[in-house]
Write a protein that binds this ligand. Structure first.
Ligand SMILES: Nc1ncnc2c1ncn2[C@@H]1O[C@H](COP(=O)(O)OP(=O)(O)OP(=O)(O)O)[C@@H](O)[C@H]1O
Ligand SMILES: Nc1ccn([C@@H]2O[C@H](COP(=O)(O)O)[C@@H](O)[C@H]2O)c(=O)n1
Length: 207
């Protein structure tokens, strides 16, 4: 079974996708981490994230980078949203995601284009959303817990900038697949969101 979980920044899709993977005993891939790794590599190589050729050069990152805590920084999320708009960066990361999705037994993947581009054949697709303010509040609390001094206003502005870039780009923009189920987590606890997600997946799979 392939489960595709898409949605905007800090909507809770990773939390839900990880819980679904545990519930259905499936491997899980956070595809945002791959774009974050390209963004962080570009920066560390002293290259320009806006230049497609520079971002492509950074796409051949060493997998050990995927363990780097700096990937979770707010700034890295912004860099990721810049490099991910380049079609050749998306092409460089495509096969890896596709292979993960198509492995025997299935998988859970979360990102922006899983239900539309990476695994359009997914058995269940969820589109997770929450209001920008609630997303900023949750992400701010998470960053503070990690020792960051970033303000909530900054986090909200960065989330809005990422939403605009991710939805407005021409290459695989953030979009809800026509056959996805919408899950608004704005007023749901983590436990309630996961319960709802499992119910939605069960309903899709039994159809
Ligand atoms: N329903 C919820 N209620 C309260 N907090 C939540 C809920 N869902 C997720 N969170 C918290 O909100 C933050 C963002 O969630 P998460 O990392 O799952 O979002 P995401 O969509 O995967 O983010 P990103 O796009 O940056 O990868 C985390 O700190 C998480 O624990
Ligand atoms: N399938 C995807 C996943 C992510 N992106 C881009 O990466 C940024 C960081 O992703 P997070 O899930 O960690 O927030 C995101 O803002 C997107 O620009 C993508 O394009 N496609």
């Amino acid at each position: 079974m392939i489960i595709a979980v898409d949605g905007p920044a800090a909507s809770g899709k990773g939390t839900i996708a990880r819980a679904l993977a545990k519930h259905y005993k499936l491997p899980y891939l956070d595809t945002g981490l791959l774009y974050r790794a390209v963004g962080l590599s570009v920066q560390r190589m002293g290259l320009d994230p806006e230049r497609e050729a520079d971002a492509v050069a950074a796409s051949a990152f060493d997998d050990s980078l995927l363990e780097d805590p700096a990937l979770r920084d707010d700034e890295t999320g912004l860099l990721a949203s810049v490099v991910s708009a380049h079609p050749l960066v998306r092409a460089a990361l495509f096969q890896r995601q596709r292979r993960f999705a198509a492995q025997p037994g299935g998988a859970v993947l979360d990102g922006r284009d899983i239900g539309t581009v990476i695994a359009p054949e997914a058995d269940a697709k969820l589109f997770v959303k929450a209001t920008p303010n609630i997303r900023a509040q949750r992400r701010h609390a998470e960053l503070q817990a990690r020792g960051s001094a970033i303000s909530k206003d900054r986090v909200l502005a960065d989330i809005r900038a990422r939403d605009a870039r991710d939805s407005g780009r021409s290459a695989a923009p953030l979009a809800m697949a026509a056959d996805a189920a919408l899950l608004d987590t704005s007023f749901l606890s983590i436990e309630a969101s996961v319960q709802r997600a499992v119910a939605l997946v069960d309903a899709r799979v039994k159809r």
